[in-house]
Design a protein around this ligand. Structure first.
Ligand SMILES: [Mg+2]
Length: 145
């Protein structure tokens, strides 16, 4: 399966706060963004199970910056969709939803936003919503896959 992950407030703390993976000196020096505690174990487990991992963010972060975050932790992602790529694809489809995983061949999307869950019902794509206080978020995902 192709599984995509949102960034802000799901894997990267912003308005929502959660524990993060520890950073090595290289990551501290380069100022790479911190990622949610458990991400490394989860991505490794998904790889082991043969899944592809995408990032799907509404932010304007460069693809190279997104790739770098995960590569620096030893868990490279297969593809990163940012706002520019999303806008271009949906413009061609004349669709105005904030996310449309099915347009990128994604089978399952993980996000923190209830709004995206509503779009999932409307546009018929599979989604799992993870709350900021879900300490067992890894299990929540693995159990539903
Ligand atoms: Mg989010």
């Amino acid at each position: 399966m192709v599984i995509s992950f949102d960034l802000d407030d799901l894997l990267i703390p912003g308005t929502k706060k959660f524990d993060t993976e520890s950073q090595n000196l290289f990551q501290k020096i380069t100022g790479v963004e911190k990622i949610r505690k458990g991400t490394i174990a989860l991505f490794r487990e998904l790889r082991e199970r043969g899944h592809s991992i995408y990032i799907y963010t509404s932010s304007y972060r460069k693809q190279s910056s997104i790739n770098f975050i995960f590569k620096s932790h030893g868990i490279p992602v297969d593809f990163a969709i940012n706002r520019q790529i999303h806008n271009k694809e949906l413009k061609e489809r004349k669709n105005i939803s904030s996310k449309l995983p099915s347009a990128f061949g994604i089978d399952l999307h993980i996000d923190d936003s209830d709004g995206v869950a509503i779009e999932g019902e409307r546009f018929n794509f599979r989604i799992i919503i993870i709350k900021e206080d879900d300490c067992n978020w890894i299990k929540s995902i693995l159990n539903k896959i």
